[in-house]
Ligand binder design. Structure first.
Ligand code: ATP
Ligand code: MG
Length: 426
């Protein structure tokens, strides 16, 4: 679990603000659910025979209440089950479908490594109450435009369809037969899941099992006309939008609740942590968690992996520097200086003030050093001479620096707009 510190945190804020803006353009609205949920929500929602529920959840028994009952609680390992719970509990679908998004920390007890942490962060979207392939397409298009907005180029889209439960049941019988025939090539997880959840075996990350998994019967070949029509509808919209994809018949996703469309945006640049964003349709989950039947589709992306990939690509992320740094050589000037800064900030200027450390304010020269280091475009100098004339000194800290000039304190609006434009490099 990591601390996210400045200046790195500025990259997070940058990404989050682009996400918010984009969600508004696609008319997805923000939902915030608690970190803790009843353990049973995830067991029912994600599925008992999954990596998450089998071994990754941070669960604990709460202290007993006054009736001696203790609740089993879990720190959310993902967002979808909790959103569905909230939608049911608050009857959000009473007047039609809802398009929701969330951002926040998730918790899984995994082996920490690059791109895989125990507290990590997801942005997720859930479109609930919509059955057609156009909504599958829309959430994928939303992700694609996010990549465009942040300058992420090294991801490709993989698609599959898991069909409907009846189609999976037919496939399942043949899949079990195939794996039984090659049981010697399965690892321990594979053998254990062979009968409880054979589809999950396809999701293995074990390279030694690649061959037996590649040669397995393909679920796509078991789909009926309706499922295929849904898949074709999605592909037609992606084609019309020039969104490239490939069909990956092994793509089954690590959670149990999916049907029809599943997809992942993957990269080759993050080693085995190559999935940046993943999702699909989950038409049966709402009923499974106790709500009235309603179709749904969504995805979640890993913020750490997206930022890591951007770094890997060498993409520049704007980090906002202050417009100005206030140099205050003499403490006597502080009241007037801070009043002026306050007014400039109200006019939209980003200003960092110079403040005294353990050894006081420091020399004029050392204050200018700090001004340079702050990344600000200008220094504002609150010297005694300037203030006596009703002025403040203004000096560029960029482009050969230039002379210090004086600006009247009576014309702060003009000063404020000068400080903000030309916009400092950000
Ligand atoms: P993986 O196969 O990499 O374990 P997953 O299938 O368990 O991923 P999901 O549950 O689909 O992942 O979560 C969606 C996204 O969240 C992933 O594609 C990934 O980008 C991110 N993610 C999942 N687990 C972690 C983690 N432990 N640390 C960082 N990011 C993660
Ligand atoms: Mg995982």
């Amino acid at each position: 679990m990591n601390d996210i510190l400045p200046p790195e945190s500025a990259r997070w804020e940058w990404l989050e603000s682009i996400v918010r803006e984009l969600m508004a353009r696609y008319a997805f609205r923000n939902i915030r659910t608690p970190i803790l949920e009843h353990t049973q929500l995830f067991v029912r929602g994600i599925g008992e025979v999954t990596d998450i529920v089998e071994k990754e959840m941070y669960s604990f028994e709460d202290r007993s209440d006054k009736h001696g009952q203790a609740e089993h609680l879990t720190m959310r390992p993902e967002g979808t089950a909790a959103v569905v719970r909230a939608v049911i509990e608050n009857n959000l679908l009473y007047d039609g479908g809802k398009r929701l998004f969330y951002m926040g920390p998730m918790f899984r007890r995994e082996k920490p490594q690059r791109g895989r942490y125990r507290q990590f962060h997801q942005v997720g979207v859930e479109a609930l109450g919509f059955a057609g392939p156009e909504t599958d397409a829309e959430v994928i298009l939303l992700a694609a435009s996010l990549w465009k907005a942040i300058g992420l180029t090294d991801v490709r889209l993989e698609l599959n369809s898991l069909g409907q439960p009846a189609e999976r049941a037919q496939h399942r019988a043949q899949l079990i037969a195939h794996f039984e025939k090659h049981a010697d090539k399965l690892d321990e997880d594979g053998r254990r899941r062979l009968h409880s959840n054979p589809l999950r075996v396809l999701d293995t990350k074990n390279p030694a099992m690649l061959e037996v998994v590649e040669s397995a019967p393909r679920l796509l070949d078991f789909l009926g006309a309706e499922s295929l029509a849904h898949f074709d509808g999605l592909k037609a919209i992606l084609d019309a939008n020039g969104v490239a994809y490939s069909i990956n018949p092994r793509l089954v996703r690590g959670l149990d609740y999916y049907n029809l469309t599943v997809f992942e945006f993957v990269t080759d640049r993050l080693g085995s942590q190559g999935t940046v964003c993943a999702g699909g349709r989950y038409d049966d989950l709402i009923v499974q968690i106790g709500g009235k039947p309603a179709p749904a589709v969504g995805w979640a992306l890993g913020v750490e992996r997206v930022l890591e990939l951007l770094k890997e690509q060498g993409a520049e992320v704007p980090v906002p520097a202050p417009h100005a740094y206030a140099v205050v050589p003499d403490a006597a000037a502080m009241p007037l200086a801070l009043r002026t800064l306050q007014q400039l900030r109200e006019l939209g200027v980003r200003v960092q003030m110079h403040a005294s450390g353990p050894d006081g304010l420091g020399s004029f020269k050392s204050q200018f050093k700090k001004a340079d280091a702050s990344g600000a475009a200008f220094a504002l100098v609150f010297g005694a001479d300037e203030l006596a004339r009703g002025e403040v000194g203004l000096k560029s800290l960029r482009d050969g620096k230039g002379e210090q000039i004086a600006r009247p304190l009576a014309e702060l609006a003009a000063l404020a707009s000068h400080l903000q434009s030309p916009a400092p490099k950000d």
